[in-house]
Design a protein around this ligand. Sequence first.
Ligand SMILES: Nc1nc2c(ncn2[C@@H]2O[C@H](COP(=O)(O)OP(=O)(O)OP(=O)(O)O)[C@@H](O)[C@H]2O)c(=O)[nH]1
Ligand SMILES: [Mg+2]
Length: 492
Amino acid sequence: MHASASRRLALLRARGSRSRHCLREAACVAVAPHFLRASNGSRAAQRATACTQAASGRERAERTWVSPDRTTSAASQRPPGPRRPRPTWVSARPHSAPRQVAADPLAPYTTRLPSVRAGRERAMRFVDEVTVEVKGGDGGNGAVAFRREKFVPFGGPSGGDGGDGGDVVFRADERLSTLLDLRYRRKLIAKNGESGRGKDQYGAAGEDLVVRVPIGTQVFDAETGTPVADLDANDKEFIIARGGRGGRGNIHFATPQDRAPRRAEPGEPGEQKKLRIELKLLADVGLLGYPNVGKSTLISRISRARPKIADYPFTTLVPNLGVAAIGERSFVVADIPGIIEGAAEGAGLGHRFLKHVERTRVLLHILTLDPDPDRKPLQDYDVLLNELERFDPELAQRPMIVAVSKIDIPDVKKRVSAIRRGMKTRGVDKVLAFSAATGEGIDELLHEIVRVLDAHPVAPTPRAQPLGRPGRATSELDDEGDDVGGDVEYVE
Ligand SMILES: Nc1nc2c(ncn2[C@@H]2O[C@H](COP(=O)(O)OP(=O)(O)OP(=O)(O)O)[C@@H](O)[C@H]2O)c(=O)[nH]1
Ligand SMILES: [Mg+2]
């Protein structure tokens, strides 16, 4: 090694640097030519400087607090004499205590710019459509075995049955709100049943695979599109793919003619499917409107939902649910991202989120006066109705309450009667008006929602039939209840 490099290494060691990396970097710098050492661009030089600074920092720290039993640096040079009392390290903050952060006195007044990345990440975390492959566990094979015991000649067959394969079961869980988990688990495979064994031992059944999904999850066959399951209530369960039955062992094939059968059944393969899983939020009322009309402000006023509210379009990127209450009554409201003209062609966020109001009983269509002079509330109404029609004509026929928001703004208030007249020509007799900012008209709006909900109590979409749990294999019993062997009947 270069002489100056070894000198530098020795110096660093003496300073108590424990990082080999630092030593290597320092050596590099020591052997590096002058111009490299001076150059700001030399990363090695910068790193070495940082290391040296860190080392000297440590050195300082060691000088201020030195454990008596340390053998390095300053401690090793302690003059002989009576030992100093062992210093006690007093931590400024107990480990369990939360970190104290100084309060920012300006915090309430600082405006945080909307983070596009944060919004996108949040949108990514809300997954409402996935395709997965599911497979029930295979049934275990039946065994061919014979009883072999001393002094028991011709002991007969003793091969047990294979266990049934586990089922893939979907269970609705109210604590979930997205299908994100399934995006990363594309194959859902239940456990296979164990094979049967000799001495009449039956194989254990495979464990079911229980997959938790949010309420409102619908399952469709990906190839045919036929509905398979609709998980519309908490704890509702469906068997999505059944496990195969276990094969019978040779004990079931003994007959007077063949008392030592060498036959057993193989286990059945588990059911296998490709499924499209869709989440359609379940709510009573769906909020509809152009961006910025105040949908999220309304839901935050009437429920405990706290969606992001801001004065720019598409603040809401994923649907939000809130529970609103008036008197004794309560209902669930869904706030979805704003819809704009051309959503069918993908404008704005497109029609993607309209499916979340597909299962609502009532739509609340919110209009207001937009600062954009090209937009008029009545025209907005026509455009949005047209978009609804293009998405699903049935949705456009859904009971709809029309309301004008932001009536605390004088210009909007002035236009309310003109909007009402315009809506009358479109066949809408009742147009409510409210301000989520001041609370004006909110009670009337909630009472109207309850009235319309009462008038339309049935959920509009047809539900898929739940699949029954298949019966397990049961042996045929004689009158006394003894197993007579022979054929096994499988009960569906
Ligand atoms: N003056 C007044 N402003 C309101 C009212 N309601 C909402 N706003 C304002 O309107 C802007 C948009 O409100 P949001 O609730 O984010 O609108 P949105 O319809 O959810 O918008 P998107 O999520 O983009 O579809 C915000 O600046 C709100 O403060 C109201 O009743 N009165
Ligand atoms: Mg919003």
